[in-house]
Write a protein of this length. Structure first.
Length: 157
């Protein structure tokens, strides 16, 4: 969690000259479906990633996070919901963790489907809260709805 907080801090603490290197929502069509990422453009810095395979309708959700027990194969739940609403829309994802050897990042990867409540969360604006174990990451949803249009088309709810 500390890494995510530090990443968010540094993303917002940069000078205006480096503003192009801030995290933002990025979406694109792929050969098999679509992807939505909260990432720094043209880099490998990705905090949250949604990949939908059109044929199966599976939605793979990947979160960069080092859990309390950071060993390959660890099972961890994370929760997605909007911070600033009274809605009960939330998605719990059971994820499996593993360390990426190339850049020593730890990621949690889980699977769900494009649920109507996930779509409402991404389209609703405000702030996305990702709760994992003893911490939370807050991600602004500004730009998420527009960036997610290919994801919504590839995997309708």
């Amino acid at each position: 969690m500390r890494q995510l907080v530090l990443s968010a801090f540094f993303a917002f603490a940069v000078s205006p000259a480096i503003a192009a290197d801030e995290y933002r929502w990025l979406g694109e069509k792929t050969e098999d479906g679509a992807v939505l990422r909260y990432a720094i453009p043209e880099s490998d810095a990705v905090q949250l990633d949604f990949q939908c395979e059109r044929k199966s309708g599976k939605l793979i959700v990947t979160l960069e996070h080092e859990p309390i027990v950071a060993k390959d194969g660890v099972k961890v739940d994370f929760l997605l919901k909007r911070l600033d609403t009274g809605t009960k829309d939330e998605i719990r994802i059971r994820a499996t963790g593993h360390r990426l050897e190339l850049d020593d990042k730890f990621i949690l990867e889980g699977e769900t489907r494009m649920l109507a409540k996930l779509r409402r969360i991404l389209e609703g604006g405000g702030t996305l809260v990702v709760r994992v174990e003893d911490g939370a990451l807050e991600i602004p949803l500004k730009g998420a709805a527009a960036a997610a249009r290919h994801l919504f088309a590839a995997c309708p709810s």
